[in-house]
Design a protein around this ligand. Structure first.
Ligand code: APR
Length: 311
């Protein structure tokens, strides 16, 4: 079997971290694409230098074009600009929207059968935009948000309860932003419901740490945003596609009636396999949870409308 190929567009903090994790695991050959002259080439060369001592043997290539991406099984889009002083969220939406549009046009040309994973923020809106521009089946374009938010949720629970993180099962759905919805009532610690393990005020603090996880990292770093946990989350989703794992992952998926939502993409549990989103799972949510999910999706719809893509 020929080796699998993963293209990562945007060789910045998140893209390079994901690329390195995938290379370390020998999950696939990796192509790093970026507009910055020398950056993807330099990072790729650095990773190739690590092969002997790191004990992995895959090919990592850096490029400013798309020819090398031909035949990719998965394409990850992390290309984008961070918000700069004086820039509104709307400005960021338009700027990153233009970048994602240009990237997806190239991706469809060179890798028309790839599964596309969007990471660029605001990621729920960017996922919908990428899907609309791509003309691909809806399952083939998805976004990475919930895996990261759920990992932050699990971390916060493990710290508060003093248990190994592997004993925590917890999921976050909704948009990747302030309106995300940590599913407190479904979280468990070694099989016990979270509400039996932590007091209500401790649970409140866990939720706060989950929702503010990204902002907490930004505040500490002072410049730039999180990349280790985002990179690990990208790698986990890419591996699920490459191995046709059919694992259930909280995924930003384009919806067509699920949870009463359509014409929008937002974080929901989904079966992830070789075709991308194999199936969106509809949890039997409580009324307040469903209302919160729909409110979160309404925020995404506003962004979609601001890009002129509303239905
Ligand atoms: N094509 C390819 N790469 C591009 C393009 C483009 N049109 N425009 C910008 N880039 C590249 C930049 O040159 C940069 O190297 O995207 C990269 C982004 O990297 P960082 O600035 O380090 O950002 P990062 O922290 O990796 O975050 C990337 O993911 O989590 C989201 O909010 C985050 O939208 C951001 C994205």
């Amino acid at each position: 079997m020929s080796r699998r190929k993963v293209t990562i567009v945007g060789a910045g903090q998140v893209g390079a971290t994901a690329a390195y994790l995938l290379a370390l695991k020998e999950a696939a050959d990796v192509v790093l694409v970026d507009v910055a002259d020398g950056v993807p080439q330099g990072k790729a060369l650095d990773m190739m230098h690590a092969r002997r001592v790191g004990g992995f043997d895959v090919r990592v290539v850096g490029t400013n074009g798309y020819d090398e991406c031909e035949g990719s099984d998965v394409v990850v889009i992390t290309a984008g600009l961070p918000r700069r002083p004086g820039m509104t969220r709307e400005d960021l939406l338009k700027t990153n929207g233009d970048i994602v549009r240009s990237v997806i046009t190239e991706v469809v040309r060179v890798a028309p059968t790839a599964v596309v994973i969007c990471v660029t923020n605001p990621l729920d809106v960017m996922t919908y935009l990428a899907w609309r521009i791509s003309g691909m089946p809806r399952g083939r374009v998805l976004g990475m948000g919930g895996v990261l938010d759920s990992s932050r949720f699990a971390h916060a629970i493990a710290e508060a309860a003093g248990v190994p993180v592997a004993d925590v099962d917890a999921m976050v759905i909704g948009a990747h932003g302030d309106t995300m919805l940590p599913l407190v009532g479904r979280a468990t610690v070694a099989g016990r419901p979270l509400c039996e393990v932590l007091a209500p005020d401790a649970i409140e603090e866990v939720v706060r740490r989950t929702v503010n996880g990204g902002a907490d990292v930004v505040a500490l770093l002072k410049s730039g945003s999180a990349f280790y946990a985002p990179g690990a989350s990208v790698a986990a989703m890419v591996e699920a596609v490459l191995t046709d794992a059919r694992r259930v992952m909280p995924t930003c998926a384009v919806l067509d009636g699920e949870y009463g939502l359509r014409g929008v993409s937002v974080g929901v549990p989904a079966v992830i396999g070789a075709e991308g989103v194999v199936e969106v799972l509809e949890l039997d949510l409580a009324d307040d949870e469903l209302a919160a999910l729909r409110a979160s999706a309404a925020g995404v719809s506003q962004g979609i409308a601001a890009l002129g893509l509303g239905e």
